[in-house]
Design a protein around this ligand. Structure first.
Ligand SMILES: Cc1ncc(COP(=O)(O)O)c(C=O)c1O
Length: 397
């Protein structure tokens, strides 16, 4: 039989999805599974976006422009202006989700064997995009005890090698929920300029900043124009994960010209979804105010319930809708599987994402899980109860 590639065999499977067969088996047995494992919001997509597709009168579902439709890019630029970020339409390439933007960014600036430094735990698919691009992830540990704030710049400097081409941050963070403050962004700015590196910020959760804290986008930092690449997406902002629309933004012309070549190879981003995404940009601020209020109250409930569970440690997230939880177990992979295979409370169980897959360093995150608080409060409360009962029984099983 012909052999698959070495790269293919090295591709990591998603820690978020790998337990799916066990969840499916539990459901077949009649057990209800509460999904805390995946960042699929239950929030309604703005009606305006769905109506735009319904009311569209296009007769040929044609390719769009490779870089995204002119109207849509123009409106994205206006969206940034509302956030006091000066971006021109030409500095934007519309992509098939933030996922493709990440892949184009890596492809455009990193060669086979090059290194990208990423604070861990990080969005697990960064590992996948890096592997697909032949790039090595160099992790730098951020700690639960510090709320997953930015590691010391001196630690970054220790990791910079001749192969280092970029630093990648997720702001606010998935899975940490950490929102970088102004000082941290300024420190990173100085660092990349000093060492002539690119700074990629995945800002797909930009709106999800809580407790009156401000989000600091790389697009608002003067002097960073040649270094910054921003990854964006409509997936979470408008609860439009299935639209598959994102974008790559950079003021560095060479980056845009290069990313455009990757974009040309895949022809165009989805046409209908761009129509929906363009309409979504007219979503009133009140939608976000309601959504943020909902997430904050879910977070508050989740964190206070988790803090009551013996042996559990949790950081305080100020953004996105995830948190990393340390459990009194040695192997959260095994515990997560056990919850699905062997445990239930009144025929209900929970599915969590084991955190090891969010780390690149071997052995880290084995006693942690990621929880996505994308469910209603009553479900979250029940889920923590099940988790807590599960921990008691797991130790005795
Ligand atoms: C941090 C982060 N970046 C990028 C993505 C990719 O999102 P999409 O491709 O749906 O835009 C996700 C999805 O969960 C994410 O959490």
């Amino acid at each position: 039989m012909p052999k698959i590639s070495l790269k293919g065999s090295k591709m990591p499977s998603s820690p978020i999805r790998k337990l799916v067969p066990y969840a499916e088996a539990a459901k077949k047995r009649g057990t209800k599974v509460i999904h805390l494992n995946i960042g699929q919001p239950d929030i309604k997509t703005p009606r305006i976006a769905l109506d735009a597709i319904k009311n569209s009168d296009i007769e040929v579902l044609a390719y769009s422009r490779t870089e995204g439709s002119e109207e849509y890019r123009g409106k994205i630029a206006k969206y940034y202006a509302k956030h006091h970020l000066k971006v021109e339409a030409e500095e934007i390439i519309v992509t098939t989700g933030g996922s493709e933007a990440l892949s184009f960014a890596m492809g455009s600036i990193l060669d086979e064997g090059d290194e990208v430094i990423i604070p861990e735990p990080f969005y697990a698919n960064y590992n996948g995009f890096a592997t697909a691009n032949g790039v090595n992830v160099v992790p730098i540990v951020s700690k639960l005890e510090d709320n997953f704030s930015l590691p010391a710049i001196s630690e970054f400097e220790k990791l910079i090698s001749p192969k280092t081409k970029a630093i990648l941050i997720c702001n606010p963070g998935n899975p940490t929920g950490y929102l970088y403050n102004k000082e941290e962004i300024e420190q990173l700015t100085e660092l990349v300029k000093k060492h002539n590196l690119f700074l990629i910020a995945d800002e797909v959760y930009r709106e999800f900043a809580y407790d009156g804290k401000q989000h600091y986008s790389l697009l608002g930092i003067s002097g960073l124009e040649d270094y910054a690449i921003v990854i964006d997406s409509v997936s979470k902002r408008y609860s439009m994960c299935g639209a598959r629309i994102g974008c790559l933004v950079s003021k560095n012309k060479e980056v845009i010209q290069t990313a455009l070549k990757f974009a040309q190879a895949r022809l165009s981003p989805p046409t209908l979804a761009q129509i929906a995404s363009e309409a979504a940009l007219d979503t009133p601020q009140s939608y976000f105010d309601d959504v943020i209020e909902e997430y904050v109250s879910r977070r508050d409930l989740l964190i206070s319930e988790l803090q009551k569970v013996e042996g559990v440690k949790v950081a305080q997230p100020s953004g996105a809708f995830y948190c990393v939880v340390e459990l009194p177990v040695k192997d959260s992979d095994d515990f997560a599987q056990w919850l699905l295979e062997k445990f239930n409370v009144d025929n209900e169980t929970v599915m969590v994402a084991p955190a090891a897959g969010f780390y690149a360093s071997e052995g880290l995150g084995n006693n942690q899980i990621r929880i996505a608080y994308v469910l209603e409060k009553e479900q979250l409360k029940k889920a923590v109860h099940i988790l807590s009962e599960g921990l008691k029984q797991y130790h005795n099983s």
